[in-house]
Design a protein around this ligand. Structure first.
Ligand SMILES: NC(=O)c1ccc[n+]([C@@H]2O[C@H](COP(=O)([O-])OP(=O)(O)OC[C@H]3O[C@@H](n4cnc5c(N)ncnc54)[C@H](OP(=O)(O)O)[C@@H]3O)[C@@H](O)[C@H]2O)c1
Length: 186
């Protein structure tokens, strides 16, 4: 039986806190090579990934990673019929710890990679860290990183409301002035 993982979120947001455009597509403005390198490198070190239906990371390593797909399409936690590395979990019907046990991943990091509702769900379960990459590019409307962000509510606000504090800010890409903020418990 494995212990609860270290739960770590990863997102890149526009100036206004958006992760995607209104039509659900990933904005070109947020495709920053240094951030993608940081993100994929972080996933390489994780024991598993959690995401909603449209937010898997893509790339050749995706299928090989242990994964919790968050979905309302199942009642019980089940293994995906086509991918033995993936379980389908409906958080309304089973607690997170049950999903984690069923996944059978190694101890380590569970990387939470979105989208909006999944990032919000794990605010209540509890992040051990959240890496918030901030681009200067503007995507004024669309899907926010957390429910309620936008219209003057900053991306950091829900993290603060859930007791997380800013630990460090690092420059990821001086040309685009993209930084990554590390948030963690006090
Ligand atoms: N900039 C970034 O860092 C970043 C990060 C992540 C995603 N994105 C982008 O955001 C877009 C997708 O966003 P999205 O909001 O559509 O997200 P999504 O979370 O990938 O997909 C939404 C689906 O996930 C499932 N889901 C989400 N929350 C759930 C909950 N609490 N309980 C049960 N099921 C839940 C539902 O699937 P079912 O229909 O199966 O029930 C829902 O229809 C994509 O363009 C993606 O590339 C950007």
């Amino acid at each position: 039986m494995s212990n609860r993982p270290r739960i770590v979120g990863y997102a890149i947001v526009s100036r206004e806190g958006m992760i995607a455009k209104s039509d659900g597509s990933f904005p070109e403005e947020l495709k920053i090579p240094a951030d993608q390198q940081f993100y994929q490198g972080s996933l390489d070190r994780a024991a598993a990934v959690a995401n909603g239906r449209h937010s898997a990371e893509g790339g050749p390593k995706e299928k090989g990673r242990k994964r919790i797909l968050v979905t309302r399409r199942v009642q019980r936690i089940v293994h995906d019929a086509d991918n033995p590395n993936m379980i389908l979990w409906n958080p309304a019907t089973a607690p997170f710890d049950e999903a984690w046990q069923k996944l059978g991943a190694d101890d380590g990091i569970l990387a939470v990679v979105g989208g909006t509702d999944v990032f919000g769900l794990f605010l209540s379960i509890g992040y051990d860290a959240f890496f918030l990459s901030r681009a200067l590019a503007s995507v004024p409307r669309g899907r926010p990183v957390f429910p309620g962000v936008g219209n003057g509510v900053a991306a950091e606000e829900p993290l603060k409301q859930h007791g997380l504090v800013l630990k460090e800010t690092r420059m990821l890409d001086p040309v685009s002035e993209t930084v990554v903020q590390e948030w963690g418990p006090k």
